[in-house]
Design a protein around this ligand. Structure first.
Ligand SMILES: [Zn+2]
Length: 286
């Protein structure tokens, strides 16, 4: 395993496989730079391998098919390629999984960046996982587990990986710091070029507000998404008109924006998010 922080979770999964105690579905933190996709692919091949040891053998027919990208019993939805994962793609995946395994072994369905699933898509996945076919495993990565339906999360087993914080969200933390300074009027608001960048700023906005809420509730710094912003968020705690209910309202606003964006192609997310930012910024300046 190229990434040291993935070794421990890997060994645990291999042990579960040997003991025939594998769960039907696993989910883990999506973090490409830190190897989350590589981990899922490795696990995918391991599950399909006909003679696995501590990892896939790399020599059997299943392994060769997998390595050439032609294994007929595995399917992937990559949220990295799309704005949202709609119900149709989940249903299609579901239909593929219902077929008899071509290679007479297990079947593996993968969803990367599952936080991009619409609510409908999440519900469709939930239905499958409520009565999972016994010969199928689901491997799911998500950039934000809290964005998955709680009922869905309860059907999957969390693979805990201690990613190094520096890799975890350095880029996002920089953006969050920039946003916080803009909202306080210390610099210009970021420019939202297109819907992709607006969506990523929307995620940063929501996470920043959630962190701010935690700080207001006197939660320890280590539970924050952007830990290095703890001091900044604490310092602005003296704005007593920005209280828990105000922050919660803004968090819901972010979630509604995301839902509207995922529900229709016509909405101008960059414009709407800029409006929200301006309003928040006005409130903050008293
Ligand atoms: Zn093999």
């Amino acid at each position: 395993m190229a990434f040291p922080w993935l070794r421990e979770p890997w060994l645990q999964l291999v042990a579960s496989a040997k003991a025939k105690r594998l769960a039907h579905a696993y989910y883990l933190q999506h973090n490409v730079e830190a190897g989350s996709t590589e981990f899922i692919q490795r696990l995918n091949q391991f599950l399909l391998c006909k003679q696995p040891g501590k990892s896939a053998c790399g020599k059997c027919k299943s392994c060769l098919l997998y390595q050439s990208g032609n294994h007929p019993d595995t399917w992937t939805i990559d949220g990295g390629d799309v704005n949202r994962i709609g119900v149709d793609s989940v249903r299609e995946l579901q239909r593929s999984v219902m077929q008899t395994a071509n290679q007479n072994g297990l079947k593996v369905a993968v969803i990367l960046q599952a936080e991009k699933m619409t609510e409908q898509a999440g519900n469709a996945l939930l239905k499958v996982l409520e009565e999972p076919p016994s010969d199928t495993h689901w491997l799911v990565s998500t950039a934000d587990a809290e964005r998955l339906l709680p009922t869905l999360r309860s059907r999957m087993q969390w693979v805990s990986v201690s990613y190094p914080p520096s890799i975890q969200n350095e880029q996002q933390t920089t953006s969050a710091k920039e946003l916080l300074e803009s909202l306080r009027g210390l610099r210009e608001l970021p420019v939202l070029k297109d819907k992709e960048s607006a969506l990523s700023w929307l995620n940063v906005s929501e996470n920043l507000l959630l962190d701010w809420l935690l700080v207001n509730q006197r939660v320890a710094a280590k539970r924050l998404r952007y830990q290095s912003l703890y001091d900044d968020l604490q310092q602005i705690g003296h704005f007593d008109w920005v209280n828990v209910s105000q922050l919660s309202e803004w968090v819901s606003e972010c979630r509604q924006l995301r839902q509207r964006f995922q529900g229709s192609t016509g909405i101008n997310l960059p414009l709407l998010l800029s409006f929200s930012w301006s309003r928040w910024s006005e409130t903050l300046s008293g």
